[in-house]
Design a protein. Sequence first.
Lengths: 301, 301, 254, 254
Amino acid sequence: MARDLSTRLGSLSLRNPLVLASGFIGSDESLLRRAWEAGFGAVTTKSLTPKPRKGYDPPIVVDLGYGYLNAVGLANPGIEYLPRLLSLLPQEAVVILSIAGATPQDFRHCAEVGVENNVDAIELNLSCPHVKGLGMDIVEDVGYSLDIIEEVVSLGRPVYVKLGLTDTYMELVARSLDRGVEGFTVMNTVKGLAIDIESGWPILTNVYGGLSGPAIHPIALRMVHEIYGEYRVPIIGTGGVTGWREAVAMLYAGASAVGIGSYLFNRRVESIGDILKGIQQHMERKGFKDIASMVGYSHHR
Amino acid sequence: MARDLSTRLGSLSLRNPLVLASGFIGSDESLLRRAWEAGFGAVTTKSLTPKPRKGYDPPIVVDLGYGYLNAVGLANPGIEYLPRLLSLLPQEAVVILSIAGATPQDFRHCAEVGVENNVDAIELNLSCPHVKGLGMDIVEDVGYSLDIIEEVVSLGRPVYVKLGLTDTYMELVARSLDRGVEGFTVMNTVKGLAIDIESGWPILTNVYGGLSGPAIHPIALRMVHEIYGEYRVPIIGTGGVTGWREAVAMLYAGASAVGIGSYLFNRRVESIGDILKGIQQHMERKGFKDIASMVGYSHHR
Amino acid sequence: MERMSGGCCKGSHYHEAVVTRVDRRGDVANLYLDISLETVPGQFVMVWLPGLEEVPMAPSDDDPLRITVKAVGKTTRRLVGMEPGDRLYIRGPYGRGFTRRSGRPLLVGGGVGAAPLILLAKKLAEMGVEGVYVEGQPSGDVELFIREALDLGWEAILYTEDGSRGYKGLPTQYLEENLGGFTSIYACGPEPMNRAVLRLCGDRIPCEVSMERIVKCGVGVCGSCVVEGTGLLVCLDGPVFRADELLERGYPGG
Amino acid sequence: MERMSGGCCKGSHYHEAVVTRVDRRGDVANLYLDISLETVPGQFVMVWLPGLEEVPMAPSDDDPLRITVKAVGKTTRRLVGMEPGDRLYIRGPYGRGFTRRSGRPLLVGGGVGAAPLILLAKKLAEMGVEGVYVEGQPSGDVELFIREALDLGWEAILYTEDGSRGYKGLPTQYLEENLGGFTSIYACGPEPMNRAVLRLCGDRIPCEVSMERIVKCGVGVCGSCVVEGTGLLVCLDGPVFRADELLERGYPGG
Ligand SMILES: Cc1cc2nc3c(=O)[nH]c(=O)nc-3n(C[C@H](O)[C@H](O)[C@H](O)COP(=O)(O)OP(=O)(O)OC[C@H]3O[C@@H](n4cnc5c(N)ncnc54)[C@H](O)[C@@H]3O)c2cc1C
Ligand SMILES: Cc1cc2nc3c(=O)[nH]c(=O)nc-3n(C[C@H](O)[C@H](O)[C@H](O)COP(=O)(O)OP(=O)(O)OC[C@H]3O[C@@H](n4cnc5c(N)ncnc54)[C@H](O)[C@@H]3O)c2cc1C
Ligand SMILES: Cc1cc2nc3c(=O)[nH]c(=O)nc-3n(C[C@H](O)[C@H](O)[C@H](O)COP(=O)(O)O)c2cc1C
Ligand SMILES: Cc1cc2nc3c(=O)[nH]c(=O)nc-3n(C[C@H](O)[C@H](O)[C@H](O)COP(=O)(O)O)c2cc1C
Ligand code: FES
Ligand code: FES
């Protein structure tokens, strides 16, 4: 008997725990519809900024074999594109709007457009590691992050804060929970570099990029485990989930939902069916009756 | 014609740029001799502490395929073991003494024993991510790190500070150069977690461990590139060098020497000959006359 | 010659290729490289010029690897200006190429879109298939592969917009007049040509079209190469699409 | 039965194994598991009991996998106390095993050191080799594999320290008296026994000895399993060593 995969992520009901991570085929309406139809429990938009951004010139990604580097440069059609971006999704689709900006006002503006367009939750991208003034410089500054958070929480939608790997993320978690954040998306990429040894050049046009994929899975797992261990809050566990095993480990660590990003490198989005099937078979084999009973399982051990 | 691999690392002359990283077969005299005989340009001891430490119970390592987690717990025979540890090495061996501790006095004491035993350089392990009070909590606190550094620099030996991935490492670099540090070992492991999905348990007895190997190579490369780009100082580039290609990339990023650690998982130390050969062939193919001309090469691009 | 097998150089391991010969015609150049590549005709490689950009190119020959470049912007301009001994950096191949079918195929190439088609013709000829190769160009001085197609024993027909050589007009004219004489159609060219091909073929005849969009990541994640409205990605689902899948997904042209 | 092929479960993918049968003799237990393993006799697996420790064990049979455990500390005590249905977690195999040679081999096992030797005897018998299996135990009630060796068609000889069964004394006595009658020697047992074997064999006869040290990482990095003075690691260079390499590297016993 196939197990029911439906689950709750804070105030959201998901048909399954897989969430399309921000930045993956999430800035075009036909692609977003395709992602939803492929079976995600929720889809996250590309991070939208107040104005459209062209992003960096290629090469913008590097395939390392054990992970990826990217410096897309937050290329996005801008927040005003949101109505069009959502236009092909069915009513029941669960949409998380990811937003980025330089100031609390930027974030507030983008979030307001989200509220008008009735998104299910708002994710604050405070942690893009390769765009100056729109990234890690924000999230490393806990006070400034809290200013942004307060602006957006006040709009009354569920807010998820996307964390990067900083020295202070546990403090940011504690203090943003005080401000009424619903949960966290853990984690963004880690700043890295790849050099082509044939030419001697850094491969990315932007030189530095964000590391994702298998390489960061143990780091994401650790952050989820620490945060869940301390606060038992809703977490979208994201980072190196490239198969059902890593998805199960994320749930065990304490994630209520699992973000899927780098898995999609060189893969059609429809292949997430394999992850869903793997989770289901694991549940049958191990006798889990629902997703909820797997969340945080490694803490009961 | 085989290229000469000899090179300089700050005040040290090395027969080649490969340095045995701390924590790998460096706490036993017969193993340290074997490492030297295998051909390293320099060998780093296991981090020694004022008193012997038993370390954690197994499992202490996890092989992830794309990297490793370890929580050895700084198991070491204690600084008083140093004379014996060095006893089987030939006179010409270049030895870097790695030391760890909880206080500036701990570090000073260990460094003094090092000076008495005539080690070539002292490496300060301020960044072990899985031992409370002997690790990241130190290096995240720049001021405290500087206190330690001052104590040790005053003894007059070349001092290398081993950095971890923190928000503040660039500041620590700047300020420790002011204190007379000779260079940096970049980088230590990154805190991570692995969960066994069959049993549901975290695999490491210590739960969290340090991520090393390919997974951290792009991060190490980035840190080396940033530090060299800003300060042109001697750097032992360490992290995920598991073949000659990564070694070359490290040199290109700005490392004067290359630390070899996780490469040795499941490999006899004699196999570093393959890395040396690969570097040599690359130099011939590309027309580099010596190692020095490869150091920082990606910055000239 | 170094053999660059399929996928050998994905990721951080770019393959360094040296230009051995340059054959320039107007703003188009054939660059012959010192490596070979296993590729399905229609697949593309990413060509990186450090310091400039990385661009997608569909090889026009595989052994040795040859790319055929038209200067439209800064990177392609630099490529067209290359001289023997210059180096470029290649990863790939990526994407889905043409499906080789026996029967009597018609290949319609417009501009540098002819590049993957001449490689396809070669591979079909190796299978013993004989077809017709039609090439459209703005003018006769950028005629690219007519000679090569004839050498394969194929019929080869040139159309030029200015009538300076071959037939005057667009290569789709040939398709319109001779559709019934073929068992499959392969096309690659500028957007308007591709649309015309789709309109003419519909689902009446097996037809594959290679599409061009701005390829940034090349691996299906950034979305920049989407065929608007369809949810299809040129770099992952294409660049070669079946006509029926494009039309079914709402691509205009049917 | 699920087949766990060599190296399948290195890394984070432990293999869950269920105990199907327990055969306990004093403080030693044979645990039969529900998986099989491709392994060279003498190689070891890491056996993890979550919440307790992970310990190295050299399988005493491969299909189904069987481990033979002597209770010496907290983890081995728990293993010896296991019942059918209990689970343990396995990765491996690791290290270098015995070299199988034809001729007339003598196998000398002391205590649970007999475990890898009975697997070796089985593999040698499968090659058509016939040898002698000698087992030493503190007393007759922990006699382990005499019956199995006889079933292979081999001669099998038991020594007990207390003389409660078989010959009274140490198994090395047999070696001392009969060395000349064999073409190769294989040994695994407590340190003093191994030293005696090395002393008796020297480089006079091909001889391999499996060594025991505290294995923490199992992959050659932590150094905890070093054979003191030699620079050799039990987990990576061993656990099985040739007598001559041990002696040459300064291991006492020659
Ligand atoms: C699968 C595939 C295969 C290709 N094969 C070839 C080939 O074999 N030979 C060849 O010459 N070209 C080929 N192209 C097109 C080629 O990649 C572009 O011409 C090139 O990327 C332009 O780069 P640039 O830096 O010179 O121009 P830019 O300076 O980036 O741009 C110049 C102008 O061209 C437009 N442009 C850039 N790229 C594209 C694009 N992909 N589609 C439409 N407009 C674009 C820009 O908007 C601008 O107007 C192929 C494209 C694809 C997608
Ligand atoms: C390659 C190899 C194969 C082995 N195969 C088997 C086997 O098939 N069956 C079996 O029963 N045992 C085997 N052993 C030994 C077994 O691994 C140890 O008995 C076990 O690790 C002890 O764990 P514990 O937690 O029960 O004991 P602990 O509580 O850790 O220790 C109990 C006592 O034993 C000592 N000790 C622990 N481990 C070792 C060791 N490796 N060498 C010497 N003294 C030790 C301790 O110092 C302490 O005095 C093997 C060891 C090696 C290296
Ligand atoms: C190409 C690419 C683009 C991304 N764009 C965004 C983005 O716009 N906003 C954001 O919050 N995260 C972005 N990310 C980060 C991912 O959402 C995700 O947090 C990260 O990649 C780790 O997950 P993964 O290992 O599954 O890819 C991007 C990542 C990649 C690889
Ligand atoms: C098993 C193990 C033990 C280590 N022990 C130490 C140590 O004692 N002191 C130290 O400074 N670094 C230690 N490290 C970190 C390494 O020296 C090195 O910085 C890190 O592993 C990254 O390099 P790598 O990817 O080549 O392994 C240890 C790493 C591992 C995997
Ligand atoms: S180029 Fe990025 S999705 Fe195709
Ligand atoms: S157990 Fe760690 S080196 Fe052998």
